[in-house]
Design a protein around this ligand. Structure first.
Ligand code: SF4
Length: 73
């Protein structure tokens, strides 16, 4: 199995922070001035043992902001 790369489309993010609840090791949601908070990917290449949590974040993000790419070994 390859390596996981996490990507977000910030135009879609509305700062629900579901992602941070699912995988706090990978996502942080930052306050912004007068706008929706925005997600920040703090671990772009998460280790294999975080795969399930990342996939839960992809699944449960209400705005479908998060996607993953499989990088071949
Ligand atoms: S990535 Fe999704 S769940 Fe996370 S803050 Fe943005 S919209 Fe909300």
């Amino acid at each position: 199995m390859g390596k996981l790369r996490v990507k977000v489309d910030l135009a879609l993010c509305q700062g629900h922070a579901v992602c941070m609840q699912e995988a706090p090791e990978v996502f942080r949601v930052n306050e912004t001035d007068g706008h929706y908070p925005k997600v920040e990917v703090i671990l772009e290449f998460p280790p294999e043992d975080l795969r399930e949590k990342v996939m839960d974040a992809v699944r449960y993000c209400p705005n479908r902001t998060i996607s993953v790419e499989e990088i071949p070994d």
